[in-house]
Each structure stands twice: as C-alpha cells, then as structure tokens.
Design a protein around this ligand. Structure first.
Ligand SMILES: [Zn+2]
Length: 140
C-alpha cells in the first residue's frame, strides 16, 4: 500500500500502487518517497469546485447555451488538467460527451457558430491552457 498525503501533508487513506501511479501520471500527485505520494489537489473539495463552476457559469453550457448539469475539464485530467474551477466549464451532457478527448480548442472551432459568448469561452480556454502548461513545466 502507498501512503497518501494531502496538500497540507496530512495522511489520508492509503491506496494501491497502481492508483498512486495513475494520480502521478495525471499530474495530480507527486512521489515523496517510494512508499508515499502527496496529492496536489484537495479531493474533498472537488464536489465544491464543480458546484462553484456551475454556479459561476449560471448552470448554462458555455458551448451551446443549453442548461448545464455537468462540468467539462478544459485541459483533461489525463493531460495534467486540474480539478480547480478555472479549469472547469459548465457543460450540458451532450457537449461533454461529444467533445470526448478532443482539445478544448478543437471543439471550440467546431462549435464556434453556436457558442453564446465566444469571447468569454475563448478567454477561459486560453487562461486554463496557459496555467496548466506552466504548471507542467514547473514540475517536469
Ligand atoms: Zn452544450
């Protein structure tokens, strides 16, 4: 078992080795030593981050303007995107699943004609993409 520390260094429930590697590979955690990882996000806050993002975007999908019930990661977790509100967009289920693993820029170009507020969305994408790539550079 791998010891898991949260952002503040407190010990959380231990996890299996493959789970630990997955968190590290997604840039969500770093190895402290061979038996310990430290999370770079607060797992208990994610629920609140989602709520914060949905509320901020007024429960309206930023891709198409339909009522939003889910959040979409601008930079996917698999590419090191965080679970912080600045990397989340309110999204309807349809846009969330249609976009899949494509980059936010690609989907933005495809949806450009139906995006209710392209300036706002474009700004969000650029901001989240820049902060995520600088974080990766810092760690790697
Ligand atoms: Zn939508």
């Amino acid at each position: 078992m791998i010891t898991v520390l949260n952002v503040d260094g407190q010990e959380l429930t231990p996890c299996l080795q493959h789970r630990a590697w997955r968190e590290v590979n997604r840039s969500r955690a770093v190895w402290v030593d061979e038996h310990t990882i430290q999370l770079l996000y607060n797992p208990f806050l994610f629920k609140d981050y989602r709520k914060t993002a949905l509320k901020r975007d007024r429960y309206q999908c930023l891709w198409c303007g339909c009522p939003a019930t889910t959040v979409d990661h601008i930079v996917p977790s698999s590419k090191g995107g965080s679970d912080l509100p600045q990397n989340l967009l309110a999204s309807c289920i349809e846009c969330n699943s249609k976009r899949g693993n494509r980059s936010a820029f690609t989907y933005f170009k495809e949806k450009a004609y139906s995006v209710p507020n392209p300036v706002k969305l474009g700004y969000r994408i650029v901001k989240a993409t820049c902060s995520s790539s600088s974080k990766v550079k810092m760690i790697g």
